[in-house]
Design a protein around this ligand. Sequence first.
Ligand code: UDP
Length: 193
Amino acid sequence: GEARIVDGVPVQSLTMAALVDAIVAMTRTTGVDVLVGVNAHVVNLARHDATLRRFLATTTMNYADGQSVVWATRLLGAALPERVATTDLAAPLLAAAARDRLPVYFFGARPGVAAGAAERMAQELPGLAIRTSHGYIPDEESDALIRDIREHGTRILFVGLGDPVQERWVERHRDQLPPVVLTCGGLFDWLSG
Ligand code: UDP
């Protein structure tokens, strides 16, 4: 699908099923593909934050994490097919990763949270390889973290540090990251809760 522009932020027109397929395909292409779920909070931050706005223009695609983003495109007369909440995207995407043996990494949230979420998902999805790190590491430890991410053979990295910290982190380290990177806010809290 084509992107819609919501308050200056491009948002891709895709159903959830098409987005899962697109992400799996991105794990097999060269280069780092970055995806960001856009909601009212992100749009509002981007309005006041030129760095974030520029970053959102350089991602591979942004998708409609928030229902208000879908409503905005209806008003523009070019409605997106549906909302794709990151919390809804996670299960089918992780199922695809388990099926295709694509190693996954969860980075973010308070100590123990991503690990708990990973344990839960690995139990539900045999064949899923997940490694984790909590999200409160100083930036000078990012190199060691990225080594761990690479050592795992990570194909899909979830970064859950909240907006706009997660976008800043991805932007700073982009060149060293796995083939697919998704920012995911409070996903690990949600999955472990
Ligand atoms: N977080 C983190 N490191 C930080 C700040 C926040 O890992 O330095 C985590 C926090 O524990 C939570 C997530 O980032 O898991 C942010 O969740 P929140 O619901 O605030 O963000 P949203 O989903 O609204 O983007």
